[in-house]
Design a protein around this ligand. Structure first.
Ligand code: TYM
Length: 328
């Protein structure tokens, strides 16, 4: 199969450049290589933490879809759709939840982190535990060749293949082929650091957004973490630990020279920051312009069409699933 499925939660109306480097940039590349991309907005997954603001999650979903298109996803070739518009995701999630051992879910590192954040069991929704099962349903419905994501999603992808293989074994079928994990080779892109050098994440407030203005980008880079012991221009820098140098590596064609000069004390942080801002703004300028031109009606049409095309594939898989289980 030349099909690819991936998605992003709509917990935020805007994607950050970590989402772009870890996943979206690869989606566009795969589309250009001729793969059949299915680009989902995971609104139900966002509800595991934002159930009180379900309306906001739904509105955000439209904005996330705009970022997909602005980044180069062509909705004519690559259906863009919202998870909750394709009810088969809920049906497969429910059926897979019957065959998924509880221990696999309790052991998931992302679950343990979220559980720790929430504190008490009273505040921990049942849906949070099933998060990877819903993600597995998202993926398996499309029987993809691969799933392009950032490094943090690897544990979920492993559970997904395990559940798929367990289904095949239980019902003695070959409904779900194993899929590949398409994570960027370059670790900087697979886990892009934020302005403070922790992982870029909305919850750390350390993000540069795809749709930030050039001035907002400049302001953020000004405040970014650099080599703490590099006070004067002539002090040696450690580019591996400097957020600005990390972004230069991703966005500046001449990063190798810039890194060497930083190490040798031949350039200061001010110059790095100026060149970094220019490199980022230049890279994202066409996307930001495209995004500004996308209106709500256009995106609503794209999503309606995407849901129809996604549903076609999802319904075919559900027929196979029910037949394999003997449900009629
Ligand atoms: P989410 O919404 O947290 O993130 C969306 C994508 O962005 C990647 N990512 C990063 N990559 C590099 N550096 C970073 N700092 C960074 N932050 C985020 C994530 O790895 C992800 O690829 N569970 C998923 C959404 C989902 C999904 C799916 C993905 C739902 N169903 C089916 C694939 C297939 C999530 O929460 O991603």
């Amino acid at each position: 199969s030349k099909r690819i499925l991936s998605g992003m939660r709509s917990s935020n109306p805007r994607l950050h450049i970590g989402n772009y480097e870890g996943a979206l940039r690869n989606w566009v590349d795969l589309q250009e290589q001729g793969y059949h991309m299915f680009c989902m907005v995971a609104d139900w997954h966002a509800l595991t933490t934002m159930y009180e603001n379900a309306g906001e999650v739904s509105r955000n979903a439209r904005e996330v879809a705009k970022d997909y298109v602005a980044a180069g996803i062509d909705p004519v070739r690559s259906p863009v759709f919202i998870q909750s518009h394709v009810k088969e995701h809920a049906e497969l999630h429910m059926l897979l939840s019957m065959i998924t051992p509880l221990g696999w879910l309790e052991r998931t590192p992302t679950y343990k982190e979220k559980q720790a954040d929430l504190g008490s069991a009273e505040r921990e929704p049942y849906g949070l535990l099933g998060y990877p099962v819903l993600q597995t349903a998202d993926i398996l419905l499309y029987k993809p060749y691969g799933v392009p994501v950032g490094r943090d999603q690897a544990p979920h992808l492993e559970i997904g293949n395990d559940i798929g293989q367990r289904f095949n074994r239980l019902y003695n079928v070959e409904v779900f082929p194993e899929y590949k994990y398409l994570i960027p080779q370059d670790e900087t892109r697979a886990k892009l650091p934020g302005l403070d050098m922790r992982k870029m994440s909305k919850s750390y407030d350390n993000c540069i957004y795809l749709s930030d203005t050039e001035d907002q980008t400049a302001e953020k880079i000004k405040s970014a973490f650099t080599t703490p012991t590099k006070i004067r221009k002539t002090d040696p820098g450690i580019p591996e630990g400097c957020a600005v140098c990390q972004y230069l590596k991703v966005y500046s064609p001449t990063w190798q020279t810039q890194w060497q000069e930083d190490r040798d004390g031949l350039r200061g942080c001010m110059q790095n920051k100026k060149e970094c801002t220019e490199a980022i703004n230049e890279y994202f300028r066409p996307m930001r312009q495209r995004r500004a031109q996308l209106d709500d009606a256009t995106i609503e049409g794209i999503l309606a069409d995407g849901a129809i095309r996604a549903r076609e594939v999802a319904q075919a898989t559900m027929s196979e699933v029910r037949a394999a289980m003997g449900i009629y």
